[in-house]
Design a protein. Structure first.
Length: 189
C-alpha cells in the first residue's frame, strides 16, 4: 500500500475518505477494464496512447489502483517507453469513477504515480491529456511536436514532466514500448 503525502494536490479533500492507493494487480483487471469502459467508452481502443502500449501493456509495478470502501474507484497506468534513445514513462489512462469525481482522487493518483516514476531510471513522464488538469501535477506542453506517435495526436495535449533536469528539451524521436524497465535491458550484440 502506498501512503498518501499530505502535501499531494487534493490531499486536503481526502482527509475523511476511506481511500487507499495500492499497486496495480492482475486481480484488478476486470474492475479496471469496467472503469475504462465507463469513462472512455469503446473509442478507447483507437486512442494513440493505447496503440503505443499495444499488446505489451502497462507496467504493473508503476501503475496504481485506488479503492474507497472496498471498491475500485480510480486507476492510473504507466508504461516504460523509449522516446528516441531516452528512457521515459508513458502515463495513462487515468480514470476516476464519475461517482467519486472532484474529490481529489485523480490528483492524488497522479502524485503517487510520479513518486513511483522517480524511483526508475526514466528521465521524463509523458502523457496525452488536458493541459489545465495535468498542469496541477507539474506537466507542461512540449510546445511543438517532437515525438513520433503511432497515430494522430493534438500537439497541445502532449504533456511532460521531467525527472532529470533538461530531459524535456531532449525529448525527440519515435515513441515505443520498452520491453524491460529502463536500465535493465540487455545490451545490443
Ligand atoms: C479527469 C479525471 C481523471 C479527474 O479526476 P478527479 O478525481 O475528478 O479530479 P480531482 O478531484 O483530482 O480534480 C478536480 C479538479 O480538476 C478539474 N478538472 C477535472 N477534469 C478536468 C479537465 N479535463 N480539464 C481541466 N480541469 C479538470 C475539476 O474542475 C476540479 O477543479 P477544482 O479543484 O478547481 O474544483 C476524471 O474526471 C476522469 O476520469 N475523467 C474521464 C477520463 C479522463 O478524461 N481521463 C484523463 C485523460 S487520460
Amino acid at each position: 500500500m502506498i501512503s498518501l503525502s499530505t502535501t499531494a494536490p487534493g490531499a486536503d479533500r481526502l482527509a475523511n475518505a476511506a481511500f487507499t492507493i495500492v499497486a496495480d494487480s492482475p486481480a484488478f483487471h476486470i474492475a479496471t477494464e469496467d472503469l475504462h469502459a465507463l469513462v472512455f467508452g469503446p473509442g478507447r481502443f483507437a486512442r494513440t496512447a493505447y496503440r503505443v502500449r499495444g499488446r505489451q501493456g502497462h507496467e504493473r509495478s508503476l501503475s496504481l489502483a485506488a479503492f474507497a470502501d472496498g471498491r475500485l474507484i480510480a486507476s492510473v497506468w504507466q508504461t516504460y517507453v523509449h522516446v528516441g534513445a531516452m528512457p521515459a514513462i508513458l502515463l495513462g489512462p487515468l480514470a476516476v469513477h464519475p461517482d467519486f469525481a472532484g474529490k481529489g482522487y485523480g490528483q492524488a493518483l497522479l502524485a503517487s504515480a510520479l513518486t513511483s516514476a522517480r524511483t526508475t531510471p526514466a528521465e521524463a513522464v509523458i502523457l496525452i491529456g488536458d493541459a489545465p488538469y495535468y498542469a496541477r501535477a507539474g506537466f507542461r506542453p512540449l510546445g511543438h511536436q517532437r515525438i513520433g506517435w503511432p497515430g494522430p495526436v493534438d500537439p497541445a495535449r502532449v504533456l511532460a514532466v521531467e525527472l532529470v533536469s533538461g530531459a524535456v528539451d531532449r525529448l525527440a524521436g519515435p515513441i515505443r514500448v520498452a520491453l524491460l524497465p529502463p536500465g535493465d535491458e540487455a545490451p545490443d550484440h
